[in-house]
Design a protein around this ligand. Sequence first.
Ligand code: JHZ
Ligand code: SAH
Ligand code: ZN
Length: 407
Amino acid sequence: MKCRVCGANCKQFLDLGKQPIANNFPTKEEFKSEVFYHLTAHFCPSCLTIQVGEVPDMSKVFNKDYAFYTGTSEYMTRHFKQFADRIKADIFPGLIHDGRRPVILEIGTNDGTFLQHFSSPDGPTHIGFEPSGDVAEVAKSRGIRICSTPFESHEFPGVGNWPTTDVIVSANTFAHIPDRVGVLKNIQKILAEDGVWINEEPYFGKTIDLLAFDQFYNEHVYYTSIMSMAMILTNFGMYIESVEFLPTHGGSIRYFIRKGTDDRAVAQAFVYRTLSNTFETNTISHLRKFAADVSVRIDQLKSLKSTGKMVGYGAPAKMSTVTNVCGFGPETITKIYDSTPAKIGKFSPGMHIPIVAPDGFVDDKSKKVFLFIWNHRDEVMGKQKVIDSKGRIRKSKKREWITSVIG
Ligand code: JHZ
Ligand code: SAH
Ligand code: ZN
């Protein structure tokens, strides 16, 4: 395939076979109309971008019924509150010196878990881009101004002559938009000269360390290393000012990105390219080694089919990749407990395992549990404490918890 970013010929390193749309949880009646695509991953030797080959039509992915709600995790809710507090306390004051209202824009607002902290009438001028209908309704109910056009195809100025933007935030969304060049062009257009774009997403170095092959699915179109990010940004007159590593989603990275082509920008880009070169191996041979290790891991997981039935805990998008690549249907994983109302009563994509409300889990007799939300392990384990009739806290049943990732 040709690289979506620079047009060079890419090299394929991973093939995870036929996959359904990861966040489309069908009802029984919808089994026959499920959409499948071929999930492969490719490396661009020219701009170092890693990307999936085929992606389904995005209007079938991010639509009214999109099933992921950020607010289902208390940990993520706290994470975004802390992030918002930091922007208010440290970032706005560094940018605004004349008492005017700051301007903040978010790409991929979802249910508004982050942007709700900026939506009060006396708060900053704000807007959230969110094409998925039901999640956007939750954001609107939190007083957030929403634009439903995909960010990359929005014509700025539009939305009431949108002004230059002091802070642009994208969390787990930049990697989801196939037209990466369109996103970068729009950011370049609307970001104030001294503004900052803060982007967070799973860090690919961590995905490799954990063998987290389940981070590959149709929504994750791109897997960015610091090196590739530094290279791409240079072409759009931007540079990495700093990065932070975060524990979210099993190991994420947060980039602080500024506009600039001056000596400082060039020096900074050089620092990140050089620095990342010391701990990232952006080569096809390294990626092929990863793919070979993934294949061994998948074979180990497949062997679980012969060791008795399990139940699943959490029905994230990642679960779709694991169950489809391992061939886990209801005969292996009888049901999956998940707290999202939009998923409960439906079935897992492709393999059709029933998704049930989490209340029943405490009385579930299963000894083996497949923890699909390994990234929320601490939060899940915290919920396993049971209060007995005398008000004492005791741990719930002894169970074996299995995960797709190593370590
Ligand atoms: P979770 C999604 O990934 C999709 P997913 C997306 N592509 C992405 O990049 C990240 O989010 C940001 C349930 N749950 O967070 C709720 C419980 O049942 O791993 C959710 O259905 N009990 C945008 O889908 C799922 O697990 C719990 O205690 O891989 C969480 O999915 C908790 C904490 C969650 O994201
Ligand atoms: N930022 C949240 C939500 C991530 S889910 C978090 O980190 O938890 C990704 C969100 O991006 C979805 O709600 C999806 O509808 C939205 N999205 C997908 N494509 C988009 C696009 N082209 N422009 C803006 N938002 C988009
Ligand atoms: Zn490229």
